[in-house]
Design a protein around this ligand. Structure first.
Ligand code: SF4
Ligand code: ZN
Length: 278
């Protein structure tokens, strides 16, 4: 099995897996979506009663949205995750009470009129734990409205809730194999024009496959070719895989953690099978 990386940025991965099969690609997809953990806000405490500013003006602790909706929106904000540092709360030495090894605490204190953004969440303690995207709108506060909340983030997996999903838009498709019978090609070029992905090009009096990785197997080039010299085949042993992250974890970390999870599972299975009595 060999991997050709097409793109690997902090939030996006796109690569080709050679000599593989759809079962492996699907196992990897399911693992990075459901089993790779990340931090997300799981508990939000709202201050009730009047909130005073420095001048002594009283604000009502309400917003146009129900508290549950504000809490849900906060839970979807990307929280920085260090998988070497954070443990699941249930497995932490604090016995689930919450400590810096398993919990991040944020405070948010805003008074209207204004829009509350994700960047208004202030980490209590280490400023490196600021959320990854400052400009996600949470709620608009009107005159005399205010929001004072304490939110705690902890580790979880996509299996429990989408807010803990480390990989988004994870998917794969077979790699296209385009065959052109050059001896019979009349160089009309209609296939080049009709291709929505810019896969084909006319170079040196020849139609060439320039970007095979972009082919979406739509068959438009086959349909438009009057000479019938193009064949588009899909190759299940060569798979184009892609996913994104919300920035909580880097794409490479998600991939490595997903592969390690698969490895550990199969190792566990192997140990159990080898311990079976003959
Ligand atoms: S199958 Fe579609 S995407 Fe692929 S080369 Fe032909 S026209 Fe382009
Ligand atoms: Zn702890």
């Amino acid at each position: 099995m060999k991997i050709d990386i097409i793109e690997m940025t902090p939030t996006k991965a796109e690569f080709v897996i050679n000599d593989t099969n759809p079962a492996f690609a699907n196992a990897l997809r399911r693992t990075i979506v459901a089993d790779v953990p990340k931090m997300a806000i799981d508990n939000v405490e709202f201050h009730l009663g009047p909130i005073m500013d420095e001048k002594g003006t009283a604000f009502e602790s309400v917003s146009p949205m129900f508290d549950e909706i504000v809490a849900h929106r906060l839970s979807m904000v990307p929280v920085p995750t260090d998988l070497e540092l954070f443990k699941f709360r249930s497995q932490c030495s604090c016995n689930g009470e919450g400590c810096p090894s398993c919990t991040i605490m944020y405070s948010l204190n805003k008074k209207g009129p204004c829009t509350v953004y994700s960047g208004d969440l202030e980490p209590v303690g280490d400023s490196k734990l600021r959320v990854k995207d400052d400009l996600i709108p949470i709620v608009k506060l009107a005159d005399d409205q205010a929001l004072l909340v304490y939110a705690t983030a902890e580790l979880g997996t996509g299996k429990q809730h989408a807010k803990w999903q480390a990989a988004m838009g994870a998917g794969y498709r077979y790699f296209g194999r385009i065959e052109i019978n050059h001896a019979k090609c009349d160089l009309g070029g209609s296939c080049v024009k009709v291709c929505p992905k810019g896969v084909l090009a006319k170079e040196d009096r020849k139609i060439v496959v320039k970007h095979p990785e972009k082919c979406n197997l739509c068959n438009s080039c086959v349909d438009v070719c009057d000479a019938g010299v193009i064949k588009v085949l899909s190759d299940p042993s060569k798979i184009l895989f892609r996913f994104e992250t919300d920035g909580s974890l880097q794409a490479k970390e998600v991939l490595l953690r997903g592969l390690r999870t698969l490895e550990e599972r199969f190792e566990n299975l192997r140990e159990q099978v080898s311990s079976l009595e003959e």
